[in-house]
Write a protein that binds this ligand. Sequence first.
Ligand code: SF4
Length: 359
Amino acid sequence: MSVGLYIHIPFCRKKCFYCDFFSIESPLIGKMEIEADEYVGSLISQIEHIKQVETIYIGGGTPTVLPDESLENLLGALEKFSAIEQTIEANPESLSLKKLELFRKARINRLSLGLQSSNDALLKKLGRVHNFETFCRAFFLARKAGFENINVDLIYGHPSQTLEDWHKDLNKVLELAPEHISLYPLTVEAGTVFAKNSVKTDDNLQRLMYEKACQLLDKKYAHYEISNWAVEAKESKHNLNYWRGGKYFGVGAGAAGYMDGVRYKNVADIKDYIAKIKDRKSPISEQENIDPPTQAFEKIMLGLRLLNEGVAIKSFDGFRRDTLERFLQNGVLIDDKGFIKIAPNFVFVANSIILEFMP
Ligand code: SF4
């Protein structure tokens, strides 16, 4: 099984209204350059201890808000790995041809672009700083720079969004023909602007939107994971490793990793993270040994997300067999030659199905 490396860049130009990821607004470029430089130096120190990985994912936050020089230094530290897939997340407003060329030179072969919506009014309501025109410019610039593996992220289910708006979003993305599409239902997380403003989502509308997406995207893409579609051979290898229960290193403030049955998380504070690395102390702030019943549950939980692969029936041995039988009998789950998969009509409620297997 392959080993992944996740690198967290916790800076964003502006905090989106729905976002509860660990990231801070860094509008003061001068101040940010000093902090970013120090932060990248700490990332590089952590990376020096890692020998080999097969996939790399630079996420955030917004990695492309880093100054070119900091990005160049970070990418230089990754050259020692012979990774088969290297992804970087980017937001349209902070992407330039210079940055894209830097990525290509550093063998970054996958770009994940945050679009969220093609509707400028909705983008404003989500607190995004780009509009659709800026996104298209960034997308075509990426093609010009030679990117042949681009993911586009979309969010659905803001209370002001209609099914027709969503249909338009999907069609506009299909016209662009990215190799990979990720769709996420809007969720209102504690501590966000949306939570403060008591924004409410509608499960029923989100379900209709998801069904609409399946109808449209399934014609051209393989629906390989609950929220992800890809053309042939362009599934995210890094994320497949997560869903298959593989090992991965987490580098950076707030990043999580999983190694040999131990899950860990680094301290979610930039200054603290930098100080710990400087003092040659471990940046890990939380660590959990995953016991065998939890490992068995996680295997089922993650495996059922993989709609084409499913989970080997032997994973259920001595573990929630009654629940499995019940779901097989009522058609919620399917036994496909010894692999258990979620039936297409029940994919939208996958999370509640998975919860029934909890130890
Ligand atoms: S750009 Fe991404 S990480 Fe940054 S605030 Fe928005 S959603 Fe969060």
